[in-house]
Design a protein around this ligand. Sequence first.
Ligand SMILES: C[S@@+](CC[C@H](N)C(=O)[O-])C[C@H]1O[C@@H](n2cnc3c(N)ncnc32)[C@H](O)[C@@H]1O
Length: 103
Amino acid sequence: MRTVSEPKELAIVWRQQYENLAREFARLLGKGGTVVEIGCGRGQLTIPLAKLVKSRLLTVDSFARPYSPAYRSPRHTLSREKLKGRISLFKEDYRDFLVASLE
Ligand SMILES: C[S@@+](CC[C@H](N)C(=O)[O-])C[C@H]1O[C@@H](n2cnc3c(N)ncnc32)[C@H](O)[C@@H]1O
C-alpha cells in the first residue's frame, strides 16, 4: 500500500492498481475460455488483463450518461494496443446483453 500525496501521481498508482488486479484475475482464470467484463469503461482492467491471458474477452458497457464522461469507448486504445481481434466490445446495457446471451 502506498500513500499518494501528489495529484499527478494518482494516474500512475491507479494504473498500477488495475495491473495488480489483472494479474490476480489472470492467475484465477488460467488458460483459454471466454471472459465477460461488465462495465469495461475505457478498459483500464480489460487491457492489462488481455495482455496476460489467452482468453477471448467480451466487454460490455452502455457508456450512458450521466455516468462519468471519462468512461468512453476504448476502441482506439484497443486498436493501438493491437488487441482488437481478441476483444469484442458490446455497447449496450448489460441486462440486454445478458438476455441476448440466453436466447
Ligand atoms: C466504475 S466504471 C468502470 C470503469 C472501467 N474500469 C474503466 O476502465 O473505465 C463503471 C462502468 O459501468 C458502466 N455501466 C454502468 N451501468 C451499466 C449498465 N447498466 N450496463 C452496462 N454498463 C454499465 C458505466 O458506463 C461505466 O463505464
